[in-house]
Design a protein around this ligand. Structure first.
Ligand code: OXD
Length: 308
């Protein structure tokens, strides 16, 4: 079979390469600069540098090493005829659930304020509210968003969910695309788990924040492109938002000079909300390579027109 090209830089790409080679010693891997790459039918990548695919004329399958494939879909040199696949790890859902719950509990129980008080040796017993008094909204009801919304509802939070075509979920008030203002109205905590598409780009901006309850909190584990950073800084400065827990950024890693590192109220985590396990990544990529070679339908294929 033709060599498989690893298109960097990337998240877990070096480790994935090592494991793939160990699992299938017969496969040949190369990098785009290698002359072998010209013949590659399969590319593995996370965020391909601009123009990467232009030099890979034979590509039939581009496999993401992540749960999302949006950096691949957005790359203009991507050949339209190549299938794009992503990783679907059931363990990913658990990791995301833990991250979202941690964030929601942090704001719901006002640990942000308690930690700020601690830094000033201030002993203040803040009033506690029941979960049912905290309105949490989950944007995006794919596999991860659905699991998060259902779990929040089970814990008693007044939970809402918003998606392009929202399905009913037990204990969750669901809203469709056109009902965005109703979904946002008076939320205390907004969680973004949306895919990044033309429609959702920049959705976390001043207009959205204005619908939330003053002093609300934002948790973004969707994509950096969902967030308008200047609008966030403005909302934090005005008190419309009191905090933001951010796991994803337009440019990753976040540059050392970026204001978000040191903005009061912002917690930055380095895209660790949840990661698929390396063994699942390698197994799913190998399965799809075999299926592509055998002319079988691929697993976890992305609809490139929809963007996810
Ligand atoms: C992602 C991932 O798609 O971490 O964000 O896999």
């Amino acid at each position: 079979m033709s060599p498989i090209v690893l298109v960097g830089p990337g998240k877990d790409l070096v480790e994935a390469h090592r494991l793939l080679q160990q699992m299938r010693p017969a496969l040949r891997f190369c990098y785009p600069d290698d002359s072998l790459a010209q013949a590659a039918e399969v590319a593995i990548c996370w965020a391909p540098p601009s123009g990467s695919f232009a030099r890979l004329p034979q590509l039939k399958l581009i496999h993401s090493v992540g749960a999302g494939a949006d950096p691949i879909i957005r790359e203009p040199s991507r050949p339209a005829s190549a299938a794009v696949c992503r990783i679907v790890d059931p363990g990913h859902c658990q990791g995301m659930l833990e991250y979202v719950l941690w964030g929601v509990l942090h704001y719901h129980r006002r640990f942000d304020q308690i930690l700020a008080n601690q830094s000033q040796q201030r002993w203040e017993r803040l009033t506690q509210h029941g979960a049912q008094q905290t309105r949490v909204g989950v944007m995006g009801l794919g596999q991860l968003g659905k699991a998060a919304a259902e779990q929040l509802a089970r814990l008693g939070f007044a939970t809402r969910g918003w998606a392009r075509s929202a399905q009913p979920l037990p204990g969750v008030a669901t809203f469709t695309e056109a009902q965005l203002p109703d979904f946002l109205d008076g939320l205390d905590i907004l969680v973004c788990l949306l895919p990044l598409t033309e429609r959702t780009q920049g959705i976390l901006g001043a207009e959205t924040f204005a619908h939330l309850t003053p002093g609300a909190a934002l948790i973004n584990c969707g994509r950096g492109g969902h967030l308008r950073v200047d609008d966030l800084l403005g909302a934090l400065a005005s008190g419309q938002l009191r905090g933001a827990l951010l796991d994803v950024f337009e440019q990753e890693p976040l540059s050392r000079e970026h204001p978000l590192w040191s903005t009061p109220g912002v917690t930055v985590t380095p895209h660790i909300a949840s990661s698929a396990s390396l063994s699942v990544i390698a197994e799913q990529i190998l399965t799809n390579i075999d299926r592509q070679q055998a002319g079988l339908p691929l697993f976890n294929r992305v609809d490139t027109a929809l963007g996810y």
